[in-house]
Design a protein around this ligand. Structure first.
Ligand SMILES: [Zn+2]
Length: 473
């Protein structure tokens, strides 16, 4: 049933007897020296192409019969992980299916492992398709594995990101709460992890009142997925992901233009699963737990209301100011549950606030941590992995904005710096002994570019894996 969620591009081959097209990757500073060493035929063709090695510039070199022999491609400065997706796009739009299927492509470069990984990851991201609802039988150009690429790392990255994209892209009619939980179960099964699911009324019996209350108006029952993997001797890392499979806003109904893309409100859960996929595929020496509070925020006679005062697992009462601020509510129970086990590191991903998008746009998750070290470490990893993340303060001065009049707290503050107030809300449920990182991410590519088509996209996942690898790997 979840096959389409696990459809990943695999556009690589170890070697092949098929005709090869060489791709020569160059960087602008090296170009004047490089061009002097080439034969006249190649120099002439490059000059006809007005090739000057500007970033992402591409030129084709034909043999004497007029057939494609080489592609010359200039990388960005510094090399960017999606550079080579431009080549995949070029080949697909300029050559026939027959040509692409009868050839393989091979990069010629002297780059070291990290750049070789980017070259391969860009190719893999470029080969991603979401064609469940619109058939596409175009051929995918196949790349001979670059010599120095870490095949395990590259494959895990492409698979983790594609899993995330497939989950977010699947429309809400086909990805309800059961289907998302089923996909999570299959992720666990694939990596031989243990999984438990607490569903519907059992959420009340086991004291997860917020997940239940947010999801109770939908015929698709709320649930909590709990995946456990790894050896108990290793440090414990817990990932939590907001899994609102569709967010109408509830009784505070969203206007149409804001509801349109709300299938992506489970993007946090998709990030947690993509991250977990990478960690398990790389067999990192950590004890992993993944908690996904899953619900549909719907409208019905039994919807939770603005003005309701609801209990939480932690015992804190919350007055509902706005039923569209539901993400922090389902997260509150999951974060409380996570902290009961005292993990070494707790990370949550959530498509949480519009304020984060006002502050840093679509591409950059706003992140928060209760530990200064992690603020520096994640910024560093985000630069290393071309996956920008930007820190914001858990400013204590705003914390009182959440205080309730007749409840402990409210689910919205002043509405100024809403991403900071949302993070402070979550912090109320974090044990102060637990190291915690919160990412308020978009999980979506708004414009679309080579290797990153419009739709579900990773925002912060690769940076987090890099951070975990650096700390525990
Ligand atoms: Zn909402």
């Amino acid at each position: 049933m979840t096959d389409h969620i696990f459809k990943f591009p695999a556009p690589f081959i170890q070697n092949s007897k098929k005709s090869k097209v060489s791709i020569i990757l160059i960087e602008k500073p090296d170009y004047p020296h490089w061009i002097k060493k080439q034969n006249e035929h190649l120099q002439a063709q490059l000059s006809q192409n007005s090739f000057e090695a500007d970033p992402l510039q591409l030129a084709t070199i034909l043999n004497k019969d007029g057939k494609l022999e080489k592609i010359i491609f200039s990388l960005s400065q510094p090399v960017y992980y999606l550079d080579t997706a431009t080549i995949v796009q070029f080949i697909e739009s300029n050559y026939s299916k027959e040509f692409i299927e009868s050839h393989v492509f091979e990069v010629i470069s002297t780059h070291e492992e990290d750049i070789s990984n980017k070259i391969a990851i860009g190719w893999g991201f470029g080969a991603y398709r979401f064609d469940r609802y619109k058939k596409n039988d175009a051929a995918t150009p196949i790349l001979v594995w670059p010599n120095k690429a870490d095949q395990k790392h590259v494959t895990a990255t492409i698979e983790g990101a594609s899993l995330l994209r497939n989950l977010v892209n699947t429309p809400p009619n086909d990805l309800g709460t059961d289907e998302l939980a089923e996909a999570a179960k299959d992720v666990a099964k694939h990596h031989k992890a243990k999984v438990k699911i607490i569903c519907d009324d059992d959420l009340l019996k086991k004291n997860f009142p917020m997940i239940y209350n947010v999801g109770k108006a939908s015929p698709r029952p709320p649930q909590l997925v709990d995946i456990q993997w790894g050896k108990s001797k290793h440090p414990k890392v817990t990932l939590v992901g907001k899994g609102i499979v569709y967010d109408t806003g509830g009784l505070n109904l969203k206007p149409g233009q804001y509801m349109r893309d709300m299938k992506k409100d489970m993007g946090g859960a998709a990030h947690a699963l993509g991250t977990a996929w990478m960690i398990m595929a790389l067999n990192l020496p950590i004890q992993l737990r993944v908690l996904l509070p899953i619900a549909e925020n719907s409208v019905a006679g039994n919807s939770y209301r603005p003005g309701d005062i609801l209990p939480t697992r932690k015992g804190i009462t919350v007055e509902i100011e706005d039923t569209d601020a539901e993400g922090r509510l389902v997260l509150s129970d999951a974060l409380t549950y996570a902290c009961e086990e005292e993990p070494d590191l707790l990370i949550d991903f959530a498509t949480l606030t519009g304020a984060a998008r006002v502050a840093v746009g679509y591409d950059i998750p706003a992140f928060f941590s209760n530990r200064e070290d992690y603020i520096d470490d994640l910024r560093h990893s985000s630069v290393e992995s071309d996956d920008p993340c930007w820190p914001f303060p858990l400013w204590d001065g705003y914390d009182k904005n959440l205080n309730g009049n007749i409840s402990d707290i409210k689910n919205e503050g002043t509405g100024r710096a809403g991403h900071i107030e949302a993070a402070l809300f979550l912090q109320r449920f974090i044990d102060s002994k637990t190291d915690w990182i919160h990412l308020d991410c978009f999980a979506w590519e708004q414009n679309g570019k080579a290797g990153r088509p419009k739709g579900g996209a990773d925002t912060g996942m690769r940076a987090i894996v890099d951070l975990i690898k650096a700390k525990y790997g």
